[in-house]
Design a protein. Sequence first.
Length: 363
Amino acid sequence: MRLWPAPAATVAGAGGVTVTFPLERLRTFARDAYRALGLPDADAALVADTLVQADAWGHASHGVMRTFWYGARIETGAMAAVTTPEWLTDAGGLAVLDGHDGVGQVVAERAMTSAIERAKRHGIGAVAVRASGHFGTAMYFTRMAAEAGCIGFLSTNASPAMAPWGGREKRIGTNPWSVAAPAGAYPPMLLDLANTAVARGKLYVARQRGEAIPEGWAIDERGRATTDPEVGIAGTILPMAGHKGYAIAVAMDVLSGVLSGGAFGASVVGPYRAEDRSGAGHLALAIDIAACRPLAAFEADMEALIRELKATPRAAGVDEVLYPGEPEARAAERAAAHGVALPEATVEELNAQARRIGVAELA
């Protein structure tokens, strides 16, 4: 393992050789890359922060490894470098936002900010989004609502990754969704999950690390189980909980794509393809807790709920019961103190792209 900027010995373990960087170095690198690609300063900083925060939370599948996946879409014109969203409908507590093929993170931030503002006026606020793009980690944006004293919800549709239950051809995306709530003295409750057995990006991480994937994650193009991430990427990701995961993915497509008037089903294009507009849709929702009951009372009950969960008698081999968002909060503390380890293959790819566009390499 190596800590930037001072060179040291690399370490090869089960996950391959890694290089460790402070969070701020990663933010600077990604921000500078997006500036070079034409994003305004504030937008470049936002997108960079979403990627680094994902790494800090332990979700490398949505971290800085994606920097130039988005960059390639900007360079082809599939995604606009300068995001110019347009409000199509404003019904007070509900609005519709057209992202005009802008950067997904920027569009999602505008949508959630507006949903929170509407919730503060009306008790509840919702923004349906069309013509957006992949926005990274959903809980980055629902956390905004929790920090504002709201319960936040965010859904999105995504490019085809799994087959309808019983099928063997990709027709529907992972279609992730997130719920967040303040938790008083505890870090916010944060739920963020795809409706597949695993986020598709985790297969890309496994490929970068030279690791096999567990059985039950994916099937090949003929419908056979595989532990090869490359085969799984070409094949189909399996739904979580069998038919239930498939059904929830369809519901999220209705909320995100059909409701907003955006793309849906197999017509959504993800960040893995450099060409073609994404068309992704989202639904951002905020509920002002104070409109229902005093925020302090809500937070006290959240603390009581968390204490109750954590006091549950543990199964054999389990050290501690955690609540949703607690693993990420702990990972973020460690990352702030010790940095984030990236596979050396990822660093090499990032540096090659940085050289191409004239940005300082990571190391």
